[in-house]
Design a protein around this ligand. Sequence first.
Ligand code: F6P
Length: 327
Amino acid sequence: MNTQISKIAVLTSGGDAPGMNAAIRSLVRSAEFNNIQCVGVQKGFQGLIDSSFELLNMRSVSNILGIGGTFLHSARSTDFMQKKHRSFAYKNLQNENIDALVVIGGNGSLTGASIFAQEFNFPVIGIPASIDNDVYGTDYSIGYSTALETIVESVDKIRDTANSHNRLFFVEVMGRNSGNLALNSSLASGACFVIIPEKEFQLVDLIKRLEENKKRNKKSSIVIVAEGNNYGPSFKIAADLNKVYSAYETKVTILGHIQRGGKPCSHDRILASQLGMAAIESLKLAKYNTLVGLVDNTIINTPISDVINATNKLSNNLYRLNKIISR
Ligand code: F6P
């Protein structure tokens, strides 16, 4: 079915992710190719409420492909949680004759998009962007691969100093309630242990691993800690370990927002470009209120209502592999 969409709005919402700019660029250029006008909304959903709109064209998205962050800016709008403000947003879209909305963001943003779409029967398309890689309906969210590279590069550097001083480092990484970043960075950086929200953690398991390694004459160790793990922050884990085990001097590094910044890697640029065009094609085919994602290297549409009720699960195979080879 081909439905007439002639003007759309795009916003980026929630935590920014490297590659958001590449997604906007692809969306705007694909829209223009299909004779669809595209309006950029500043500061996520807040910009819908405040009517912060600007018409975008081929040239307004030049030279942003390789730049991190989002040139439309992002926010976690608390106003948008109230129906009164969502009504303002709807009126503003109507005043601008906008037919559909494209939301680039993670689970929180997609939840807002879904509520809005249902409330006002307004066509919405979601594009997954979150370093956490926890969005259901896609193997990869925009920004995840770049964040993973940033973590691995950082851990490689920490390893140099850990080796020089025979220390044990706890490196805390982002991911909210997902262990995807932690598990994959552990595998890619050769950490000896990973602590993630999806698996139960006990101090004795870590001590056992450290003791085994010590017997093998291992001089230093890296433990990756997911911020959302069930035990507690990495400083608490290190302090609790120090109370009962003193074989290593311990240090804690919290990587923080460095993980969200930087130039998007090629994988994120290509993924974002694919999903930007897929969003336009989905609108043309009236696949409304869906998320465009890449599953098994194929672009698919998943109803946003399904996306927000599920999460992109951790790979048990990778967890098992990590357990066997990371020592
Ligand atoms: O969802 C992305 C993310 O970076 C999480 O990994 C992290 O928990 C959170 O956002 C931090 O949010 P903020 O930048 O608002 O502190």
